[in-house]
Design a protein around this ligand. Structure first.
Ligand SMILES: Nc1nc2c(ncn2[C@@H]2O[C@H](COP(=O)(O)OP(=O)(O)OP(=O)(O)O)[C@@H](O)[C@H]2O)c(=O)[nH]1
Ligand SMILES: [Mg+2]
Length: 369
């Protein structure tokens, strides 16, 4: 059996990984290649898995911890996809608050499963707003120095840094950020792209197609600082059953829930990513917010209406998990009554990510081809 090309696309929460990954998958599909996707989260009920499935690709989800801590699950699910779907390409999206992935995911996949997978250069996407904060303003928005540490390490270990969302930048802003990122992270190739519009995407795909060594930049990571930084973020995955007497429009609903949540969180905790999915009758709408300086955006338009469906809220915020859940409850209490809709909680998980304990850590890079 020929080796499957394995792409890992990392980057901070909200950097645009899922959007880019779906475009990457479509790119390979157009070239006649079969694609499988692997999503990852600290808990179940993922907006991303729904988005990936909606793209029509076979998808598996590593839930409950990150790829590095659940490496055996990652290997097992990749193998399941390989055997059942016979893909040419697998694309994995790690949790956006994780780092040290070159040493704990890319290198172990290349070394332990090199007979099955050929690892692509490790790509890390960055949101221009966050890039500006870290490389030009030397801060990190409303986040602490420890969260900034995780972000910094993510970029340090990239083979390819994708400055994403360039559709939001003027050419001068884009060039300033590209130059600053290249200066700050000289081991990486820095490329501009927009996962949304497709600008720069051919060059990005070409960089990942190259036979360059994968995961060659092993970062020196202090696991105490990393664990504390990650644990400063509160995590909420909430799934609800919504019902109303008359149909309500899906897209305004998800947009309103995100906006209400953002209002509730203003001044309380910096948002890394808040995303809300509504699905009914096989249709889906998704809205997102990726932190101060950005706007509420619809990443999956849904021009449908329904009187019954599932609402999923995934929020990662610099706030205690209980306070985050309370903010989500208040946001729902503001948005549902005008629609005469009622909600029953199907499942809720609110927590801080636990200390990362990787199954493998290979600190010396080799070819990994
Ligand atoms: N303008 C613009 N928005 C983008 C682009 N790529 C992604 N977005 C938006 O950014 C938000 C987050 O995108 P996702 O793809 O969900 O980000 P992610 O990195 O997968 O987020 P997590 O899985 O939570 O870490 C959504 O509102 C997207 O529509 C882009 O190239 N341009
Ligand atoms: Mg995602």
């Amino acid at each position: 059996m020929k080796r499957v090309r394995f792409l890992v696309v990392g980057g901070f929460l909200g950097a645009g990984k899922t959007t880019a990954l779906l475009r990457l998958a479509a790119h390979h599909q157009r070239l006649g290649r079969k694609v499988g996707l692997i999503t990852n989260d600290q808990a179940a009920n993922l907006v991303d898995t729904a988005a990936a499935a909606a793209g029509g690709f076979p998808v598996e989800e590593v839930a409950g911890a990150c790829f590095c801590c659940k490496f055996d699950d990652l290997a097992r699910l990749a193998e399941k996809l390989r055997v059942e779907e016979r893909p040419d390409v697998l694309i994995g999206e790690p949790v956006g608050s994780c780092t040290d992935l070159a040493a704990t995911v890319v290198q172990p996949l290349a070394r332990l499963y090199g007979d099955r997978y050929s690892l692509a250069p490790y790509a890390v996407l960055v949101d221009p707003n966050r890039a500006r904060q870290i490389v030009l303003e030397r801060g990190f928005g409303g986040f602490s120095a420890k969260v900034a540490y995780v972000f910094q390490k993510q970029l340090e270990e990239a083979d390819v840094i994708g400055l994403n969302k360039i559709d939001l930048l003027t050419p001068a802003q884009r060039d300033l950020l590209l130059a600053a990122l290249a200066r700050e992270f000289p081991k990486a190739r820095v490329l501009p792209l927009s996962g949304l519009t497709g600008a720069g995407f051919d060059e990005f795909c070409a960089a990942l197609d190259r036979g360059d060594p994968a995961g060659r930049n092993i970062a020196d990571v202090d696991y105490d600082t990393y664990a504390e930084g990650e644990a400063e973020l509160g995590w909420l995955n909430l799934a609800l059953d919504l019902r109303a007497a008359t149909p309500f429009a899906a897209e305004p609903l998800v947009r309103d829930v995100v906006a209400a949540l953002v209002r509730e969180l203003a001044g309380r905790g910096e948002v890394a990513h808040a995303k809300v999915l509504f699905e009914a009758g096989g249709e889906r709408a998704i809205a997102n917010f990726v932190g101060s300086g950005s706007e509420v955006a619809v990443s999956r338009p849904g021009g449908f209406a329904a009187e019954h469906g599932r609402l999923v809220v995934n929020a990662r915020v610099h706030l205690a998990p209980d306070a985050l859940r309370a903010a989500a409850d208040r946001a729902l209490a503001a948005v549902l009554p005008p629609r005469a809709a009622s909600a029953v909680v199907i499942e809720s998980a609110q927590f801080r990510p636990g200390r990362p304990v990787p199954v493998h850590r290979i600190a010396a890079a080799d070819g990994g081809r």
